[in-house]
Structure formats: structure tokens, C-alpha cells
Write a protein that binds this ligand. Structure first.
Ligand code: CTP
Ligand code: MG
Length: 389
């Protein structure tokens, strides 16, 4: 028996407003979609994960899916229903026995909910995580209450919704062939086609982000959860110097800056990134960059220093922590740093997967004093605030 997942991410998020579709909004340094993909890619009972996207989101998707084991992206359609059907058809060459279909706009999906749906598929044609309705329901056309509806037996349906692949695919194709386009979840298509679909306990955290308010709420919720989990606040410090040598550019924070000198070093001599790396390592009591990546080791010759920074960030992540902020000062008479600060911040934010507002980059001269004043080299100072469980 094979179980696959289909993540529907081809919507434009019109109710949330703005130009960026909601599944690509930032949630604590990762996109909403990235949270979803990590949850599914890490689930041990899923054999493969496919994502349905919009043609116009190809680049955004590539960033969200980076380094995850996923099938190639599939193209969706004009409605959720159409995206679901196109996704089901696209994976039909190697059909799974069961399929879990999930909204990309539900980033708080838990492994437990996924498990419950898969468990129920052992004895049902379909299974939907749902919560019993707790509020009193009113029908109020024109905003005047006409009727109170009994909530008995009523549930609100979430995703992932699981189905026997062959049955839900046929149901989708029949619904499309009959000209129906109004279905807003897959279970309703299965019901229409006569499938027997069970309800399993959903999760109150597994909400679908729909409005701009939902997106704000989700950011706050995610941050609060992180802060609660990581009360151990650390500060690390890093410092580095590299001498100038003949050359035509320097590399700082991974950005190539034209200059009439280069920087001398074993790697790419990115002093700024080395200081940042040491600040991260220092915050968790690790040995310095030279111990992790000895200059005597030929493997690190001429490599990009982003490798060191990502390694240090990975150590923090593997301890369940996160980077709260990084602050960097570069000291040199030339080249001028300010015009490149924005590109540097963006590059670091991408590498560290934190918001750009958590990274500060400043530059100063040393007023002609000392080795930096004589333009013999440049130096960089960095601090990092890190939070650990
Ligand atoms: N979806 C999709 N293809 C569509 C429409 C929606 O794959 N043509 C996906 C969305 O990306 C979302 C899920 O279906 O993950 C649930 O749909 P919804 O919340 O309605 O998202 P949007 O359609 O993007 O938002 P809106 O209706 O506000 O435009
Ligand atoms: Mg929609």
C-alpha cells in the first residue's frame, strides 16, 4: 500500500489581498507553504509528496521547496476543484493506493492529524479531519435572523482529506464532466459520487489562513509559540580580519563588490560572513570557525563562506533554537559598503531563513587610523542573539 500527498498551492489568495499569494507569506522566516512541505516531507508514512502550483509562482515555489524530497511541481487550474483534479491526473502514471489532499494554506497541520487520516483509510474509502461545531448557528439572509440551525451532527471539515486514489480520481473526473465547479473540498466531491467518508478528530490549530487578519494572527501565534519554547537567550560575538591583496573585487556577506583590491584568505575571504559565523557558534558555546573548518584542510580552499554560515545556523536549528537577530559592523576606508547593504541583508536572510528585519549591517571607516585606516585590510564585528529551548 502506498500513500501519497497532494498539496494544493495554486490559488491566488484573493480574500487575503495583496499581490503575494498567502501560501508564500512569511511565517517566522519560512513561507506558509514551506511549513506545510516540511510537515509532509518529514512524515514517515507518506511515500511521496506532490505540489500543485500556479505557473506564475514557479520561482517562489522553487525557494519554498529547496532541498526537500518532493515530486516535480504540477500545474493547477482556475479553481481549487480543478487544481485537485489536475493534480490527481498528473500523478496517475504511477498511482498511489491512497492520497491525502491538503490545502497549502494550513501551515499548522500536525503529524498526528496526518496519522489519524491514514489510520482511518485502513477501513474507509475516505477520511476527513473535522471538529464538531461549538457555536450556535444562525441563518441570516439580509442580516436578519431567520432561523437557528441545530448544530447536532455538524462538523467543520479540515484537510488533509484522505481517499482511495482510484475512487476520488474518478469522482473528480465525473464531477468535471458533469459541469460542476462549485465544490470547495474533495470530500464533497467524494460524497457526491457516493463514497463512504469517515470523520476523524481534527485539530483546532489546523486552521486555514484565508484573510489578511488570519495571516497576522498566524505570524503572532507562530512567534509566541517559538518564544515560549525557547526561553534561553544567548548572545554570541564574532570578529574577523582579512588583508587586502591585488585583485578586482571583495566578497562580503556573499555579495561581490567591485574594488581595486581583493581580500587574501583561504576561502573566499568573506570577513563579514566569518564574523557572523563565529557569532552564531559563540552563542551556543561552540568552538570557532577555524576549528570547524581548519584552513589546513584543502576541502575549504576557495569555498564560499555561506557554507560555514549555514553550518553554524544548522547547529542552532538542530538544537531546536532559532536566530533572533544578527548585527554586523564592517570597518574599512573603501570600498563603499552602503550601496550593497540591501543585497547583503537579502542574501543573509535567505541563507539563514530569517526575516530581513532581524539583520542589521553597518559600515564605518576608522578615520584613517590603524591598519584599516591605511587600507591594509578590513575587519568585521558581529553579534548574534539566539534563543534555545
Ligand atoms: N487552490 C488551488 N488552486 C486554485 C484555488 C485554490 O490549488 N485555483 C488552493 C489554495 O492555494 C489553497 C487551497 O486551495 O491552498 C484552499 O483554497 P482557498 O483557501 O480558497 O485559497 P485561494 O483560492 O488561494 O484564496 P481565495 O479563495 O481567497 O482567492
Ligand atoms: Mg479559493
Amino acid at each position: 500500500m502506498s500513500v501519497a500527498a497532494l498539496i494544493l498551492a495554486a490559488g491566488s489568495g484573493s480574500r487575503a489581498g495583496g499581490v503575494l499569494p498567502k501560501q508564500y507569506h512569511d511565517l517566522g522566516g519560512r513561507s506558509v507553504l514551506r511549513h506545510v512541505l516540511e510537515a509532509f516531507a518529514a512524515h514517515p508514512r507518506l511515500d511521496r509528496v506532490h505540489v500543485v502550483i500556479s505557473e506564475s509562482d514557479k520561482e517562489r515555489y522553487a525557494a519554498a521547496a529547496k532541498d526537500l524530497q518532493l515530486g516535480p511541481p504540477l500545474l493547477g487550474g482556475a479553481t481549487r476543484q480543478e487544481s485537485g483534479r489536475l493534480g490527481l491526473e498528473a500523478i496517475g502514471q504511477k498511482p498511489p493506493s491512497q492520497i491525502l489532499i491538503h490545502d497549502a494554506a494550513r501551515p499548522f497541520v500536525s503529524a498526528d492529524v496526518i496519522d489519524r487520516v491514514i489510520d482511518a483509510l485502513g477501513s474507509h474509502e475516505g477520511a476527513v479531519p473535522a471538529l464538531p461545531v461549538t457555536d450556535t448557528l444562525k441563518r441570516a439572509p439580509d442580516r436578519i435572523i431567520a432561523q437557528t440551525i441545530s448544530r447536532e451532527g455538524l462538523w467543520t471539515a479540515q484537510t488533509p482529506q484522505g481517499f482511495r486514489y482510484d475512487l476520488i480520481r474518478v469522482a473528480h473526473e465525473r464531477a468535471a464532466a458533469s459541469g460542476f465547479t462549485h465544490f470547495t473540498d474533495d470530500a464533497s466531491i467524494g460524497e457526491w459520487a457516493g463514497m463512504k467518508i469517515a470523520v476523524v478528530p481534527g485539530d483546532s490549530h489546523n486552521i486555514k489562513l484565508t484573510t489578511a487578519d488570519d495571516l497576522r494572527w498566524a505570524s503572532e501565534r507562530y512567534a509566541n509559540e517559538l518564544y515560549r519554547r525557547c526561553p534561553d537567550i544567548r548572545v554570541g560575538h564574532g570578529f574577523d580580519v582579512h588583508a587586502f591583496e591585488p585583485g578586482d573585487h571583495v566578497t562580503l556577506c556573499g555579495i561581490r563588490i567591485p574594488h581595486d583590491r581583493g581580500l587574501k584568505g583561504h576561502s573566499d575571504a568573506d570577513a563579514a560572513m566569518h564574523a557572523l559565523t563565529d557569532a552564531l557558534l559563540g552563542s551556543i558555546g561552540e568552538a570557532d570557525i577555524g576549528t570547524h573548518f581548519p584552513p589546513s584542510d584543502m576541502r575549504w580552499r576557495k569555498v564560499e563562506s555561506s557554507l560555514f554560515l549555514i553550518h553554524a545556523a544548522g547547529l542552532i536549528e538542530s538544537r531546536g533554537g532559532f536566530i533572533a537577530n544578527m548585527d554586523l559592523t564592517i570597518v574599512c576606508e573603501a570600498p563603499k559598503i552602503a550601496p550593497h547593504v540591501q543585497a547583503m541583508r537579502e542574501n543573509l536572510a535567505g541563507l539563514l531563513r530569517i526575516g530581513g528585519d532581524r539583520i542589521a549591517i553597518k559600515a564605518t571607516t576608522s578615520e584613517g587610523l590603524g591598519f584599516t585606516g591605511r587600507s591594509e585590510g578590513l575587519m568585521a564585528w558581529a553579534t548574534a542573539t539566539v534563543r534555545l529551548p
